[in-house]
Design a protein around this ligand. Sequence first.
Ligand code: 5AD
Ligand code: SF4
Length: 435
Amino acid sequence: MKKVYIKTYGCQMNFYDSEKIKALLIKNGYKIVESPEESDIIAVNTCCVRKHAEDRALSFLSSYKHLKKQGKVFCLLGCIASLYKEDIYKKHNFIDIVCSPDNYNQLHKILQIPGKEKICHTEENKNPFISEGIISDSHISSFVSITKGCENFCSYCVVPFTRGKLISKQPEVIHREIEHLVETGVREVVLLGQNVNEYGKDIGETFTELLKKIHNIKGLVRIGFLTSHPKDIQDSLIILFKDLPKLYRHLHLPLQSGSDRILGQMNRRYTISQYVEIIDKVRKVAPDIAITSDIIVGFPSETEDDFQKTLQTIKDIKFDDLFVFKYSPRPLTSASWIEDDVPEGEKERRHRTILEAQEEISIKRNQGLIGTTDNVFVLKPADKKSGYMLGKSSTNKPVMFRSSHSTPGTFEQVTFSSADRRYLYGCSVSGHKEV
Ligand code: 5AD
Ligand code: SF4
């Protein structure tokens, strides 16, 4: 029985993929081990959306190069495999196998091939999904991917080149996958796609219809989804924040920049005023909804004036949380042809400035909930605080609350007594409400 160690870097999609790969390998007679030393095959699965993730993953793999003498096989998985293909061997000759996300469903066969030949599987695949069900780590919550790929070609983004064309999973397949998870004890799913709003375009389905169907699954009590694109947000989706009680009242809607000029250069296909209009609509339907976003600072040609527009926009919109990235040029993208002309120190300053502004906004928004009571979904005992449980508010915010009797996977009525940037803190009041 071959033993495989898999280290994962990057986004939720990558973590989900690794879990699917593990299920596939286990079903085909492999054993998943917890350390590179005890493995026969050391695999790293990484995204390459920013150079930083790529560098970390390759340096992790390189740090085990000395184990090559023991006959261990080195395997590179993830978007990085599609991006560099065979070229990876030129710089990292110790790597034996390169396999892109489209070819994961063949990985059990690919890993079996013995010998000294380098193996590279990076071709596109019309049926890229792994059918084996995940064995969920937490048994309470699980990711479920609903699409593969993206064809939006935002000018900075490498994903259309690494994950290829948009392919949607059939609704019945998603349904079965979730039912299987629920049978194993999962109570919450987070649906994943590069742009979930485009789900079904290729198979005559829509994301809103999919959500409604999933909402009917008995035993499933919470549903989240990531990521949405402002150009594709449908009114029929917005209304579901009111109509589907299992749906977290949370929308992750990447803004990227507060300057229309930069948004144009990024090929995002919306303006700030259109973005703000969506936020207004969403908040009208669900006034307490949590809205989070992504920002890129230091995109080529971003001036101080463009940056100030972004800063002002985040102060006006008041997101609940924000992920801020420094622009990182990526091979093949159209932005990589434009000079990366914002100096690193300036990117750093803009990054810090946005984070500091957001910190204040996040704290204020969380503290605004003090004194309210919410139906909190219980996840697990909190590692850091004994006597406390970790859960999620109905707006998908992390909650730490004092309780001696809460069961993971159920709900607890919690009154919030304090809050910081990350957590809402509170105490469970007796009794719980079903969704
Ligand atoms: N540089 C910096 N950030 C990027 N992102 C995507 N590509 C890049 C890049 N080249 C960010 C975007 C996206 C998030 C997942 O990663 O903000 O929404
Ligand atoms: Fe990348 Fe844009 Fe597609 Fe998101 S929508 S994955 S940012 S190309």
